[in-house]
Ligand binder design. Structure first.
Ligand SMILES: Nc1nc2c(ncn2[C@@H]2O[C@H](COP(=O)(O)OP(=O)(O)OP(=O)(O)O)[C@@H](O)[C@H]2O)c(=O)[nH]1
Ligand SMILES: [Mg+2]
Length: 216
């Protein structure tokens, strides 16, 4: 399903995310981003896909990022800093493709998302979250195109893996991998996660440790 990260990286990931992660900044617009510092990793995806929940699962905190069962919860770019020596910053993004919000709001979020993904030089990785039940949609493909254009490395992470059967999940992973073959900036591997059941969380932490090591 995914390449097995070694035990050492998993342990380093556990330690890194056992440290203190805290809110530092919220940006409603591209003009109000915080000064760049450290390695930034962003979580993008359709509204309600589970971005904020994944950040909470990674950091082991129930309410670091605000979650909600109704879409459109996160309305700004929310920045969280990790332990001081780690130099890691996580960014919870507003969701895209939320049909029930006003046209003006959707347009403003979409512009913010694309502008941020295009032009942030310390943005080291974007995790593009896809609901394991639904797979890639057109709005996701628009975001992948922006990431390909800006050459930001990204990886697809399936969420809510607890909601479908193992066999179905395997099929979904294969489908997404096939679609990613035509995207130059995409990681070929697809990670399956469940924030509810903590599945795939140690592996995702390990992937971020590896990225930090590469950036040092
Ligand atoms: N079963 C299950 N539900 C999940 C999982 N992750 C998130 N959810 C649920 O999905 C809903 C949306 O989660 P959020 O984390 O708020 O989603 P988001 O992507 O941040 O949403 P916006 O900020 O509105 O774009 C909540 O009701 C979560 O409890 C998961 O792994 N499994
Ligand atoms: Mg959110």
């Amino acid at each position: 399903m995914t390449t097995e990260p070694d035990a050492k990286l998993i342990e380093q990931g556990r330690k890194l995310f056992a440290g203190d992660f805290h809110f530092i900044w919220a940006s409603p617009s591209i003009e109000t981003l915080p000064p760049m510092a450290g390695v930034e990793i962003a979580f993008a995806g359709r509204s309600n896909v589970g971005k904020s929940s994944l950040i909470n699962a990674l950091t082991g905190r129930n309410a670091l990022a605000r979650t909600s069962s109704t879409p459109g919860r996160t309305q700004e770019l929310i920045f969280f800093d990790g332990p001081a020596q780690a130099g890691l910053r996580l960014v919870d993004m507003p969701g895209y493709g939320y049909a029930a919000a006003s046209k003006a709001k959707v347009a403003s979020w979409t512009t913010l998302i694309h502008k941020y993904l295009e032009g942030r030089s310390n943005l080291a990785r974007v995790y593009v979250l896809i609901d394991a039940r639904h797979g890639l949609k057109d709005v996701d493909l628009d975001v992948l195109k922006t990431l390909d254009r800006s050459a930001v490395s990204y990886q697809v992470v399936l969420t809510k893996a607890d909601q479908i059967k193992k066999s179905e999940l395997e099929g979904r992973i294969t489908d997404v991998r096939t679609s990613l073959a035509t995207h130059p900036a995409a990681f070929p591997e697809v990670l399956a996660t469940s924030s509810e059941k903590s599945e795939g969380i140690p592996e995702l932490r390990a992937a971020m440790v590896r990225l930090l090591e590469e950036r040092r």
